[in-house]
Write a protein of this length. Structure first.
Length: 244
């Protein structure tokens, strides 16, 4: 694999830190990352460029490049900075599933707050200081609960995948409603003639649809996430204590 496509060797976290520049005391990597997050929140991934960031900072793209090597590095820094908003579980928590649940809910909340994050997971390794703090706390709580070895990794990955998967679907719906100017419930209601037309081909789905088509989609998404989270925790707890 060419070096410039290797997400590990090109990661900002595995390279030596660049020396701080003293010529512009009002500009720093931290300041640049915060400004980038503001742009990403407002415009999304497509709205971020080094030129636009430089203009926002009043410094020019050349100055920005002194602190971050390229846009990919900037996105890696922004992603980790946003991860710092996730609530960390208390390693001394006596009820492990409550502590873990709060953090998993917080992961989803943070992604929904910064919707651009959904498009970056998996592209860069989650090894920055904020992501590592979350991983370290989850390991501490799960270890205290009785998980160990690769089973701990599987449990953590399962829970994080639920948060990310739910958030990705919610971000997609948010994008659809923003582009259409219509609410989620309104968009779904537009499908009614289509589902009526194909009801004979899919009778089980048609029956379910007729019974639940008036459900509030916004509430359904929240309830669905919580239902999935609790069932995952139920399963992990049963696996952990099979004799109970």
């Amino acid at each position: 694999m060419p070096r410039d496509t290797d997400p590990i060797s090109t990661s900002v976290w595995v390279r030596p830190s660049r020396p701080r520049r003293s010529e512009q005391p009002t500009l720093s990597r931290e300041h640049i990352v915060r400004a980038a997050i503001e742009l990403l929140d407002a415009e999304g991934l497509s709205g971020l460029s080094m030129r636009r960031l430089g203009a926002k900072l009043g410094a020019g793209a050349t100055s920005v490049y002194w602190y971050v090597a390229n846009k990919d590095e900037l996105l890696e820094l922004a992603l980790d900075e946003a991860m710092g908003e996730v609530e960390l579980p208390d390693p001394a928590a006596t009820v492990w599933r409550s502590a873990v649940a709060e953090s998993i809910r917080s992961v989803r909340t943070v992604i929904l707050r910064h919707t651009w994050m959904a498009g970056l997971y998996g592209i860069h390794p989650a090894i920055g200081p904020q992501a590592m703090r979350l991983s370290d706390r989850l390991i501490a709580v799960l270890t205290a609960a009785g998980f160990s070895g690769l089973e701990l990794a599987h449990a953590s990955s399962l829970l994080m995948s639920h948060a990310l998967g739910s958030a990705v679907m919610d971000v997609a719906m948010h994008t659809a409603t923003t582009r259409s100017g219509k609410g989620a419930n309104e968009l779904v209601q537009q499908l009614e003639p289509y589902f009526d037309r194909i009801a004979g081909e899919y009778p089980s789905y048609a029956k379910w649809w007729s019974q639940n088509k008036d459900a509030d989609l916004e509430r359904l998404r929240e309830d669905g996430f919580e239902f999935g989270l609790q069932r995952l925790l139920d399963g992990l707890e049963s696996w952990l204590r099979p004799g109970d």
